[in-house]
Design a protein around this ligand. Structure first.
Ligand SMILES: [Fe+2]
Ligand SMILES: [Fe+2]
Length: 329
């Protein structure tokens, strides 16, 4: 019996009644259809996803909702009626207002005496999920920006520093033809690489004269502090090791872990180069910006010791072609 699918253990509520009870309590869109494409049940969530009223949906055959006069070619539901097996498919569906949604549709056959009598459709709105994800991503980037501004307001030197390191790191990542996902990590890590400095006293960060060994020791805690801060965000879990590594040197003489060569994450090696570029290219209270010739010489000399030779070469090419002219200072 078709109803037996639903009423075995649920206080003998008949099948379609139970479907209604569940349908109004779940965030998933649900419809119940027969083999003539008539819709017997639709929940509020599906009606709002398609922007039709429930009555409009229940008085039409499913394909008529989009103005068609016959079933969609290759209709998955029709195949489920034929095969008796459940199926999953993706479909671009036009809403009443003409906009489109991408739906992941799970078709489940409901049988009576071996014959498929109805199909229940569970529909997941992938467009909405993608919109949520994009919005979340935008919020993360805004949060990153806000954190950087907090840091910039604390340390006068890092005003513009984080953005410059991000821009140079991205330029290097593109020069090295890194995949898009790595570019995202570069962007966030570039912006947040010095975020651990929020835990360093203002008086040390902005001290005009030479730092004592003890003060320098405090400054040196910022890569590890920054890595711990971002580790709380699941979306940024790949970023922590990059931030931790941005003061490592290719020859192993950096900090905090003394990592060497390819032990240092590639993005960390790139940020280290971008960081040094900006330190040289920017004006400080005690020094004028270095010119491009001086900076090129430093990267040439530091390739293989301070810097990854491959990254240093990419930096030299960027400096040669003038691609960093707008960045820095
Ligand atoms: Fe740093
Ligand atoms: Fe930095």
């Amino acid at each position: 019996m078709a109803d037996s699918v639903f009423n075995l253990d649920f206080e003998k509520i008949a099948g379609e009644k139970l479907l209604q009870i569940l349908g109004e309590r779940t965030p998933t869109s649900i419809a119940l259809l027969d083999r003539d494409y008539n819709v017997h049940y639709v929940n509020d969530r599906l009606a709002s996803t398609l922007a039709f009223s429930k009555d409009e949906i229940l008085t039409k055959r499913c394909f008529e909702l989009t103005g068609k006069t016959e079933p969609c070619p290759g209709c998955m539901m029709a195949r489920v009626f034929q095969s008796g097996k459940k199926a999953v498919s993706m479909k671009r569906q036009t809403r009443k207002d003409g906009s489109a949604v991408t739906l992941e549709i799970h078709d489940i056959p409901v049988k009576r005496e071996g014959r498929v009598e109805r199909v229940i459709e569970f529909l997941v709105d992938k467009t909405r999920i993608r919109e949520y994800r994009d919005r979340l991503e935008q919020d993360f980037m805004a949060l990153t920006d806000m954190l950087t501004q907090i840091l910039d307001s604390k340390d006068t030197y890092t005003a513009r520093h984080s953005r410059c390191v991000r821009d140079v790191s991205l330029a290097l990542a593109r020069k090295l033809e890194m995949p898009k996902e790595q570019e995202f990590r570069m962007e966030v890590a570039g912006m947040l690489h010095d975020i651990g400095k929020v835990g360093v006293p203002w008086a040390i960060l902005n001290k005009p004269g030479r730092l004592t060994d003890e003060e320098f020791g405090v400054i040196r805690t910022h890569p590890a502090r920054g890595a711990e801060m971002v580790a709380r965000f699941i979306r940024f879990r790949d970023i922590g090791p990059i931030i931790r590594a941005h003061h490592e040197r290719y020859d192993g003489k950096g900090y905090p872990d003394g990592l060497k060569g390819e032990e240092i994450p590639l993005e960390g090696r790139i940020i280290a180069a971008a960081d040094c570029f900006h330190a040289m290219a920017s004006r400080r209270s005690y020094k004028e910006p270095r010119d491009r010739r001086f900076i090129k010489e430093e990267f040439r000399k530091g390739a293989g010791t301070h810097f990854d030779p491959w990254v240093a070469q990419a930096m030299l090419e960027l400096l040669e072609t003038g691609e960093l002219t707008e960045i820095g200072g």
